[in-house]
Design a protein around this ligand. Structure first.
Ligand code: ADP
Length: 286
């Protein structure tokens, strides 16, 4: 919990339609979900099922066609400092140093120079990046940039963190390390997180709960609790409990991934096209 509020996110009866008349796309339909204060919740589903749209609504960037999103019982109508957002693209300011990037939100919020400096340095230390405070983003690796993106989003003490495929552009090894770093940071801040991914293992490793979405129009197909203990460690991914969850999620998502590819693939199956689901399963096909 933060000093501002509890961080309860509620999405109720949400529908989103893009375009008009013949060009209408029903992106999201009848979605109900919630993130309890301090909970880590992932949204997983095939490409195009409306995950980013839902997150953008909670961020206040997009207005729903029906239903509503609330934060601590207050309807969300616009972006706000109590909601930190991290995107797949690093979106750092290239002309600012690492520390100035982290300080940016605090500056906008009117914090004085000392407060900005202390907060930014504490957060950079937490993310193992203090030694790079005077570097520019171009001088850093993708994993480092994304760590800065996370601490920048945390600098203004948001109640919730909204993350849209934040590790999607990183190589597998960096991604795994980033997942551990994120769980450590989250463990310390205990703010509510809504996390979008299409990586099954990632969603299990990070989350308390996972919502699985259907192919478009996106609905909630299933809600899976992740009973693994905290803190999460990399060796947990080899446990039978973890493997069982992977299988359960694969089963749920495979059908939706096929549906998202269209009726022909659905009826023939992947093997009808000379394709097989690989060793990593359906997370290779969407
Ligand atoms: P996901 O994040 O699950 O891949 P998105 O939320 O990005 O899915 O998109 C859901 C659907 O809505 C897609 O079919 C996408 O093309 C469509 N869509 C998203 N944003 C817009 C927009 N601004 N205008 C029209 N269609 C959109």
């Amino acid at each position: 919990m933060t000093e501002h509020g509890s961080g309860l996110i509620e999405v109720r009866n949400m529908g989103v339609v893009f375009g008009e008349n013949d060009n209408q796309v029903v992106a999201v339909k009848d979605v109900d979900l919630n993130v309890q204060p301090g909970e880590f919740v992932s949204l997983i589903g095939p490409s195009g099922c409306g995950k980013s749209t839902l997150l953008s609504i909670v961020a206040g960037f997009v207005k729903p066609s029906s239903g509503e999103a609330r934060l601590d019982n207050v309807p969300i109508t616009k972006p706000g400092a109590e909601r930190g957002v991290v995107f797949q693209q690093y979106s750092l300011f290239p002309w600012l140093t690492v520390r100035k990037n982290v300080e940016f939100g605090l500056k906008m919020a009117g914090a004085d120079a000392d407060k900005r400096n202390i907060t930014a340095r504490e957060l950079l230390d937490l993310a193992g990046l203090l030694a790079f405070e005077n570097h520019y983003p171009d001088q850093l690796s993708g994993g480092m940039k994304q760590r800065i993106g996370i601490v920048r989003a945390l600098a203004t003490s948001p109640q919730v963190l909204l993350m849209d495929e934040p590790f999607g552009a990183l190589d597998t090894q960096t991604r795994v390390v980033m997942q551990e770093i994120l769980t450590n940071i989250w463990q310390q801040f205990r703010i509510s997180v809504l996390f979008i991914t299409h990586d099954i293992e990632e969603s299990i490793f990070l989350s308390d709960r996972i919502y699985v979405m259907t192919a478009r129009p996106g609905r909630i197909k299933a809600e899976i609790k992740v009973p693994l203990p905290r803190p999460r460690t990399a060796d947990m991914t080899d446990t039978p409990e973890f493997m069982q969850l992977v299988q359960e999620l694969k089963g749920l998502i495979r059908e939706e991934s096929l549906a998202a590819m269209g009726p022909e693939i659905k009826s023939r199956g992947l093997s009808g096209f000379g394709m097989e689901v690989g060793p990593k399963g359906v997370n290779q096909i969407f």
